[in-house]
Design a protein around this ligand. Structure first.
Ligand code: NA7
Length: 535
């Protein structure tokens, strides 16, 4: 079959891309591995799964009608509510008819002569002009690399593909490996249901209380009344959400008392904006230490057993350089008599066997084992597909030393291929929905430009790509991000090249840069005329 454009994925990015490309009059088809829309929010159905960005902003802004008609119920929406929202969007804009579900893209190969892509899926071959990867940044799970996993005789559950029928946990011994956002969200709910919970922690993470609550109707009405202006502020902000209404002065420019009182105030409000309270948390280690010390002191206050509290205090990375978690009663959970913490740096996991997890100190018998061990972030989903560009160049080879791209959108040697929130763009450092809309809008405008200028193929120039990669690296090097062995640098996947992947210069700055490049007739792109292409 043939189409003008193939979109890979039907999560937030794929759905909007489908809406937008269809709006350009392109015959567009989306391929989705799941049996329904939703992407991340389709797969990650574990108890406690929620977004850590406020619902009011973790949602589309492209349609005033959609925005006006939808009401969120909580400050931070749960996975079922976000999934219901995406299903509503898919229905409302009649997107489903162009989505092929339960189908996976295996390869995409570019033909230079015709300037077209051949996309091979598990069910079909599609010949198309444009291919848009909306594959998500955290969609390919990472194996925990622990020997014996397959031997475990109990129930093995994974947060990223939580089953619809969950075994009853009442009275059972549950183990949890992984204390990133997923582990920290699921743990308190496992503790409530299980007979006993053992948390196996490798790296202690900083977590701030979410203080989730039902949305106050008066406040929600006020947000909706001012929605367009708030969205516009988000688009030009650093993070992609409405920033705090305070001057972000350096942390050490105020007295200790003032600093503590500002942290206290943010802790009471909760959420990821905790770190926005001062302007230099991400760039100055001494400033960062003040925030880290504050959170460590909170852990000491909340957790009754000083030994457990110490184990929970992160010491190996500056706060925020691994994605900060938001939680509901995570630290308090460790005061329960039926919850234990094992620090696997001190007491390493040796193997998993039929009965449970075996650490250096001995066996931990379990009935249920939950894995929340993370993802092959940002590049995993793209490199899983055999993508071959001009002259048969494989993306895997082009990226053998880490991902390189122009704007995180286009790749040299891969004409008419676009990534949504690819490595080199703000993506995971931002409110993803804001970034997704910006990328999709930019790509759609680019395609419109190609059509109105009789351009058959657009390709990032190698120099523009190198320059962009250097710029992304320079931005990161001006921050403390490099001090953490995080998934932002691929450190969680053995053998993955260590390259800092997201663009940390801010969503607004990035948007301005993209707009500037478009205004200059797509500087940095080679545009091949339709006249040069064999019909
Ligand atoms: P993360 O943040 O990558 O967390 C994965 C966790 O699993 C992390 O604590 C890891 O420790 C731990 N892990 C991974 N492998 C092992 C092994 N072998 N043994 C022990 N512990 C292990 O993934 P999440 O799903 O929680 O969150 C991903 C993003 O989704 C999040 O940032 C939000 O944006 C939403 P490590 O830190 O590597 O030592």
């Amino acid at each position: 079959m043939s189409a003008d454009a193939v979109i890979v994925g039907a999560g937030f990015a794929g759905l909007y891309a489908l809406y937008k490309l269809r709006g350009l009059g392109l015959e567009t088809v989306a391929i989705e591995r799941g049996e329904g829309v939703g992407g991340t929010w389709y797969w990650n159905r574990y108890p406690g799964a929620r977004c850590d960005i406020e619902s009011a902003y973790y949602s589309y802004s492209f349609s005033d009608e959609l925005q006006d008609e939808w009401d969120w119920t909580e400050k931070y929406a749960t996975q079922p509510e976000i999934l219901a929202y995406l299903q509503h969007v898919a229905d409302r804009f009649d997107l489903v008819r162009d989505i092929r579900f339960a189908e996976e893209v295996l390869s995409a190969e570019y033909d230079e002569a015709s300037a077209r892509w051949r996309v091979t899926t598990t069910k079909a071959r599609i010949d198309c002009r444009f291919v848009v990867f909306a594959t998500g940044c955290l969609s390919v799970p990472k194996s925990p690399e622990i020997p014996g996993l397959a031997d475990f005789a109990g129930d093995l559950l994974r947060t990223h593909e939580w089953p619809t029928h969950v075994p009853d946990l009442a009275g059972r011994r549950v183990g949890l490996i992984g204390t990133g956002s997923s582990g920290i969200q699921v743990a308190p709910l496992l503790a409530e249901q299980a007979g006993h919970l053992t948390v196996f922690q490798r790296t202690a993470n900083f977590s701030v209380p979410a203080h989730n609550a039902p949305l106050d109707p008066v406040e929600w009405a006020r947000t909706k009344g001012n929605y367009r202006a708030l969205r516009e502020r988000s688009r030009w902000s650093a993070s992609g959400s409405v920033p705090l209404d305070i001057e972000p002065v350096p942390a050490l420019s105020v007295s200790e008392q003032e600093r503590t009182s500002r942290y206290e105030e943010r802790w009471r409000i909760g959420g990821m904006k905790f770190l926005q309270v001062f302007g230099d948390i991400y760039t100055d280690r001494a400033a960062n230490d003040t925030a880290a010390d504050f959170v460590r002191a909170k852990i000491a206050d909340i957790v009754e057993d000083p030994r457990v509290a110490r184990m929970l205090m992160p010491t190996d990375h500056p706060i925020g350089t691994k994605r900060i978690c938001t939680d509901t009663d995570y630290y308090r959970m460790f005061n329960r008599p039926d919850v234990a913490l094992v620090d696997v740096r001190d007491d390493p996991i040796v193997r998993i066997d039929v009965n449970g997890v075996v650490t250096d100190s001995g066996p931990h018998p379990l009935d249920v084992l939950v894995l929340a061990t993370g993802f092959d972030a940002m590049t995993g989903a793209l490199l899983k597909i055999d993508i071959r560009g001009r002259d048969g160049t494989r993306l895997r080879d082009h990226w053998s030393e880490g991902p390189v791209s122009y704007l995180g959108i286009a790749i040299s040697g891969f004409p008419n291929l676009f990534m949504i929130t690819g490595p080199g763009s703000p993506s995971v450092i931002s409110n993803m929905v804001t970034s997704i809309e910006q990328h999709v809008d930019w790509i759609a405008e680019h395609i419109r430009f190609l059509d109105t200028h009789a351009v058959a193929a657009s390709e990032a120039l190698p120099d523009a790509e190198l320059e962009w990669v250097a710029h992304v690296r320079d931005q990161a090097e001006a921050t403390l991000y490099g001090e953490a062995a995080s998934w932002y640098v691929g450190a969680n996947v053995p053998g993955k090249p260590r390259v800092f992947m997201p663009y940390v210069g801010g969503v607004g700055t990035y948007r301005a840069r993209c707009d500037e490049i478009a205004a200059e007739g797509y500087r940095g792109f080679a545009l091949r005329s339709s006249a040069d292409v064999s019909p």
